[in-house]
Design a protein around this ligand. Sequence first.
Ligand code: ATP
Ligand code: MG
Length: 410
Amino acid sequence: ELIAADNPVIPYIEGDGIGKEITPFVKKIIDAAVEKSYGNKRKIEWIEVLAGEKAFNEIGTWLPDETIEAFRVNKIGIKGPLTTPVGEGIRSLNVALRQELDLYVCLRPVRWFKGVVTPLLHPEKVSVTIFRENTEDIYAGIEWAAGTAEAKKFLSFLKNEMGVNKIRFPESSSFGVKPVSREGTERLVRASIEYAIKNRLPSVTLVHKGNIMKFTEGGFKKWGYDLAEREFPDQTFTEHRFNQIKLEKGLNKAVEMYNEAVSTGKVFIKDVIADAFLQNTLLKPEEYSVIATLNLNGDYISDQLAAMVGGIGISPGANINYLTGHAIFEATHGTAPDIVGKNVANPCSMLLSGVMMLEHLGWSESGKLITSSLEKLFENGYGTPDLARFMENGKPLSTSEFSNKVIENL
Ligand code: ATP
Ligand code: MG
């Protein structure tokens, strides 16, 4: 956590599509909450930086160097959703920004707001924070298309130099590379354990497919456990250790050690195979607290957990480098082209990311004001149409009406 200056400069990207409609209100609500909690002692100095369509239209590039530089210099920023140009040699602006600043954690807290309709019987049992690795795995973007010289060369490399004979890939195969490193795993898992310790949370679960991908996903699990036992021996107890004790000294001894660890407030580090995890989250969500996982698993898991609390349009997120302190808080949804210009977009994903930003600044008072205001509104059936139309006695409001109501209820 940063002890922020009283007037921090915070660069923001307005965003494309509904970004134009939600970002001004997000800033306005944050400013109102800061003023309410700190009077004129603290105030954010917003500076707009360009990215996406707006950048392309005004200066001809999708992700200007000045934008990256502004985030680099000021450390903290916030962004609306961005359109990714098709066929411009950029895979995704979001991915590019994360890579430029080496934002290796994608942080997604998932909680339920009373009043929000969900597919679960007991959504109140869901309270999970996901640490998704953000720089490695299949997102490295190393892929060769079927039929290209590169793909053929790779196939022949596999056969002739790596001795991979047992598989019969046709010549028409595409290939992707999945790099997962010990260093990459360790910094992600370390951040998740430190978060659990700091917030006195009961467990960190490593979610992986190590049963199938033994050295990439299996490596993640092994390196995760190794790190916990090496760097946090006094603050954690691992399932790996539990199983060792069980083998050496029997189940009773293992259970005794576990109970002692729990009663002294140690964080339990466990692991689960990703498919079982997705099932378990529906059946017994209360078993999970902090999740640490690889990039692609994290993508699926973030959306599933958000959907479970009805929060696909209100789930916040941030991309963080805990070593340098760089963090970009963001709307987790896309540009929603189907509703642009209708004044119905839900500002809450970006707004709750703003709450995360306020907490990161150490301005939790202002964050709490916004969260309580939203709790009050949802409980009383107020929301933008995407939420309110499912609520009992739902009262759908436009983006501007809803935002102003958030301010009134601070
Ligand atoms: P993009 O290509 O930018 O990801 P998309 O077509 O995939 O755009 P999303 O933004 O991912 O669209 O949204 C998927 C669906 O959810 C759309 O129907 C959209 O209208 C809706 N949606 C997304 N964000 C919001 C929001 N903040 N408020 C209301 N509806 C939203
Ligand atoms: Mg989308």
